[in-house]
Design a protein around this ligand. Structure first.
Ligand SMILES: NC(=O)C1=CN([C@@H]2O[C@H](COP(=O)(O)OP(=O)(O)OC[C@H]3O[C@@H](n4cnc5c(N)ncnc54)[C@H](O)[C@@H]3O)[C@@H](O)[C@H]2O)C=CC1
Ligand SMILES: O=C(O)C1=N[C@H](C(=O)O)C[C@H](O)C1
Length: 269
């Protein structure tokens, strides 16, 4: 069987470039095309030429249907609006949709769930093995401790990141809430400021640092009187996210329509 064809959305972005480089050197898949935002300077060019090298035969387009219909998977680290539109297209043409985009609203997620009735969608706020393993540890620690241990999630990212809390912080917060047997919506306390009053027992706090070129760092703190447990993940290279996404694209081949995440891909359920 031929190696599956992959379309990378947002090929000029931080994650897009990393993904294209990895796919172009992979024996397990080939780069079937790259999409970019409408009117983007790369649209209509060959990818090799757009990146300042020799032509490599990979088209860059702002008209996704032209490449998606011929591909086996789309890898998408873009914006919520672009992701929701792509999910509809993947549902129509039967292409696996791997979603890393964060900052999705409840309405966006509802739209993705509708698309997943006919599309195979794999979505995670963090595609690294380390963070997905950490979610399991956080769930286990939260289940072992009572709410005398205050839970705070602290994340740090580069200056260009546009959403907060990060998708990873929300995954970790969800895992902590699940471990405690509560709904995150009921206990979430985001970015305190001013006269906030004393901390509510059982709250799960979120704090975001933005600066420089930080790739992604997450601490989950369980703080009680007299002791503190800190579970930490540090990403120092975006390839950990990209490799997870490529694994997901291959794993999704032949899977029935539905909503999946990296725990499914990694066999960690
Ligand atoms: N789940 C995970 O493991 C990870 C998730 N992310 C998330 O991925 C997203 C992108 O992150 P970065 O690469 O740092 O951002 P970026 O801003 O560098 O790249 C986004 C790219 O998407 C393109 N784009 C926008 N609209 C588009 C459209 N309609 N069609 C095609 N392309 C379009 C932009 O032109 C840009 O090239 C963010 O939401 C970020 O939080 C980032 C890293 C890891
Ligand atoms: O925007 C980023 O860069 C990252 N986004 C993801 C998130 O929101 O958690 C994953 C990773 O931390 C990098």
């Amino acid at each position: 069987m031929d190696a599956p064809g992959i379309v990378v959305m947002g090929g000029s972005g931080r994650m897009g470039r990393m993904l294209c480089d990895l796919i172009l050197t992979s024996d397990d898949m080939h780069l079937a095309g790259v999409t970019e935002a409408p009117g983007h300077a790369w649209a209509g060019q060959d990818l090799g030429t757009a990146t300042g090298g020799a032509p490599n035969g990979v088209p860059v387009t702002d008209d996704p249907i032209s490449v998606v219909a011929r591909a086996q998977a789309v890898i998408d680290f873009t914006t919520p609006a672009a992701t929701v539109a792509m999910a509809d297209l993947c549902a129509q043409v039967g292409t696996v949709h791997v979603i890393g985009t964060t900052g999705l609203s409840a309405d966006d997620i509802a739209a993705l769930d509708r698309a997943a009735q006919t599309a195979t969608i794999i979505r995670a706020g963090n595609m690294s093995l380390g963070v997905n393993l950490l979610t399991q540890l956080v769930r286990q620690v939260a289940a072992s401790l009572d709410d005398y241990y205050d839970i705070e999630v602290i994340e740090a990212h580069h200056r260009h990141k546009v959403d907060a809390p990060s998708g990873t912080a929300l995954m970790l917060g969800e895992a902590a809430a699940e471990g405690r047997g509560v709904s995150l919506d009921d206990v979430s306390d985001r970015g305190r400021d001013g006269i906030t009053g004393a901390r509510e027992r059982g709250a799960i706090g979120f704090h975001a640092i933005r600066g420089g070129d930080i790739v992604g760092e997450h601490d989950v703190v369980f703080a009680a009187d007299g002791e503190r447990i800190v579970l930490r993940h540090v990403a120092s290279d975006r390839s950990v996210f990209a490799r997870g996404a490529l694994k997901a694209a291959l794993w999704g081949q032949g899977k029935p329509p539905g909503s999946y995440d990296m725990l499914d891909v990694l066999g960690m359920r």
